[in-house]
Design a protein around this ligand. Structure first.
Ligand SMILES: [Ca+2]
Ligand SMILES: [Ca+2]
Ligand SMILES: [Ca+2]
Length: 463
C-alpha cells in the first residue's frame, strides 16, 4: 500500500514538474514574442515620431515664409531669412528637427535659398558657357530644350536629334520644371549636375562623404561638391508683388497718378517713366544703367540727344553724363535718385503676371561662386560686393543699393541687371526629424514658393 502511495506521489510530482516546465516554456515563448512585437512597435513609433518631427520643421518654415509674405518689411531684406535660420533647429516632446544645407563649400543651418543660385531658364547661351564643364554643344542643347521653336541651333539638339537616337522623349520646348530634368538634355551627364550630391538634397549624406566605399565616388573631405546643382536652379520664381507686398504696378497700363502715389517720384518723372514703358523692348532694369531722361526720350546713352520730354521735365545735354561713373548719383533733376530708383524697381513691372516667371538671384544671399562662374564677375569685385553686403545688418533693400558698392559701375552692372533682385521667394527645405526614443531619422525634402499666399509646394519627396 505504502509503496503504491509513494509511487503515485512521485508520479504526481513528475506531472507537476512537467506542467510547470511546459507552462514556463509557454510563458518564455510568449515573452519573446511580446518583446519582439514591442521592439517592432517601438521602431514603428520611432519612425512615426521622426517623420512628424521632420514635418514639424517644414511646417515651421512654411509658417514663417507665409507670415513674411503677408507682412513684408521693405526696410529689412534679411528679416525673413534670419527668422528662418533662427528656427531651423527645434525640439518637440517626441523628437527634434534639423534643417541645413551646403552652399559654396560651407554648411549652413536653415533652408536653401533657390535665389542664391542662377535660374537656368533665364540664362543665355553665353551665360551657360561660363559654367565649369559646360561645352558649346551642351549649352546649345540646353537652349534648344528650352526655346519654343524646333530650329536646331548651330550645335544644339531639337526633336529630331532625340528621335534619331530612340530616346523616347523630346525637348520640352519650354522652361525646365525641375533640376533633374536637365539630365534628359543631350550631352548632359548626371555627374556634372549632381557632383557628390547624388540625391540632390543639398546635404552631405554619409554615402557622399565616404570615398569609394559606396556610390557615388566622392572626395571624403567633409565638403559637399554639388556640381551644377550648387550654382543653378529651375525653381526660383519672380513675385507678382512688390517689396511692399502690394501687386506690382504695371507701367504699361498705369497712370502718372498711380506711379507718383506708389513710388513717391515726381509727376514729370512718372510721365517720363510711363513714356519709356511704352517703347518696344523696354526693361525696368535699364534704369540701373541709363538715366531716365535718356530712356524716356527714346535715346540710348551712346547717342544722347535732347529728345521729347514727358511732361515739362528738364532735359540735360549729354555733355556732363558719363556711363562710367557710379550710376544714378550723376542723374539730373529729371532723373531718379537712388532711393526713388529703388522704389520704382521694387514696386513696378512692365508686365502682367499671368503665370509664374523664372526667378532672379537675390543679391543678399547669392553665392560668390554663382557670380564668378555663371556671370563671369571679377573675383575681387565679388569679394568686395559680398563683404559690403554682409556688413549691412538689414541687407540691400533695393537693387539700386548695389551702385553704392565701389567698383559696381554701370558697365559691370549692365549684363547682370536683369538677373538681380533683393528678395527670395522659393526655398528648399531639407528637414531631418529625429525620434526622442532611439536615434531613428527621417528626411523630408520640399521646395516651397511663398511668392503668393498660401505658399505652394513645388516639389516634395522623402529621400
Ligand atoms: Ca526648341
Ligand atoms: Ca546629398
Ligand atoms: Ca561614396
Amino acid at each position: 500500500m505504502r509503496g503504491t502511495r509513494t509511487s503515485r506521489r512521485a508520479s504526481a510530482l513528475v506531472i507537476v514538474i512537467w506542467t510547470v516546465a511546459i507552462a514556463a516554456t509557454i510563458v518564455a515563448g510568449l515573452q519573446i514574442a511580446t518583446y519582439r512585437q514591442a521592439v517592432l512597435g517601438n521602431e514603428a513609433l520611432a519612425r512615426v515620431q521622426a517623420r512628424w518631427a521632420a514635418r514639424a520643421g517644414l511646417e515651421t518654415m512654411i509658417a514663417i515664409m507665409e507670415w513674411h509674405t503677408g507682412n513684408p518689411d521693405p526696410d529689412d531684406a534679411l528679416a525673413m531669412i534670419n527668422e528662418l535660420d533662427d528656427n531651423a533647429i527645434g525640439d518637440l516632446e517626441t523628437g527634434s528637427y534639423d534643417i541645413r544645407h551646403f552652399l559654396d563649400d560651407v554648411e549652413y543651418v536653415g533652408p536653401m535659398d533657390e535665389h542664391a543660385k542662377a535660374n537656368i531658364n533665364l540664362l543665355s547661351s553665353n551665360d551657360l558657357l561660363n559654367i565649369p564643364d559646360m561645352t558649346p554643344d551642351v549649352a546649345g542643347a540646353i537652349t534648344d530644350w528650352r526655346d519654343a521653336d524646333e530650329e536646331q541651333s548651330m550645335i544644339g539638339a531639337e526633336k529630331s536629334y532625340y528621335a534619331n537616337r530612340g530616346l523616347g522623349y523630346e525637348p520640352r520646348n519650354g522652361n525646365l520644371r525641375s533640376f533633374a530634368e536637365l539630365e534628359l538634355v543631350a550631352g548632359v551627364w548626371p555627374e556634372y549636375i549632381r557632383g557628390e550630391d547624388w540625391n540632390l538634397n543639398g546635404r552631405l549624406d554619409s554615402n557622399e562623404d565616404d570615398g569609394e566605399q559606396s556610390w557615388p565616388e566622392d572626395k571624403a573631405d567633409g565638403i559637399l561638391d554639388a556640381g551644377w546643382s550648387s550654382i543653378l536652379t529651375s525653381f526660383s520664381r519672380t513675385s507678382p508683388n512688390g517689396a511692399s507686398g502690394e501687386p506690382r504696378l504695371n507701367l504699361k497700363v498705369a497712370t502718372a497718378e498711380d506711379v507718383t502715389e506708389r513710388t513717391g517720384i515726381s509727376a514729370p518723372q512718372a510721365a517720363a517713366l510711363l513714356q519709356y514703358a511704352q517703347t518696344p523692348n523696354a526693361r525696368l532694369e535699364s534704369l540701373l544703367t541709363t538715366p531716365l531722361s535718356l530712356l524716356g526720350s527714346g535715346n540710348t546713352p551712346a547717342q544722347p540727344q535732347g529728345g521729347t520730354t514727358g511732361g515739362g521735365r528738364t532735359n540735360r545735354s549729354s555733355g556732363g553724363r558719363s556711363t562710367g561713373g557710379t550710376g544714378v548719383a550723376q542723374a539730373g533733376p529729371g532723373d531718379l535718385d537712388a532711393n526713388a530708383l529703388g522704389r520704382v524697381l521694387n514696386e513696378c513691372s512692365l508686365q502682367e503676371f499671368t503665370r509664374p516667371l523664372p526667378g532672379k538671384i537675390n543679391i543678399n544671399t547669392v553665392s560668390g561662386r554663382v557670380l564668378r562662374d555663371v556671370f563671369d564677375m571679377n573675383p575681387k569685385l565679388v569679394d568686395t560686393l559680398l563683404s559690403r553686403r554682409d556688413a549691412r545688418p538689414t541687407g540691400l533693400t533695393s537693387v539700386a543699393d548695389i551702385l553704392e558698392i565701389p567698383g559696381m559701375t554701370r558697365e559691370v552692372l549692365a549684363p547682370l541687371a536683369k538677373h538681380l533682385d533683393v528678395q527670395s521667394f522659393v526655398f528648399t527645405v531639407s528637414s531631418v526629424g529625429r525620434s526622442s526614443t532611439g536615434g531613428t531619422e527621417c528626411e523630408i525634402l520640399a521646395t516651397v514658393d511663398r511668392s503668393t499666399l498660401p505658399a505652394q509646394i513645388l516639389s516634395y519627396r522623402e529621400p
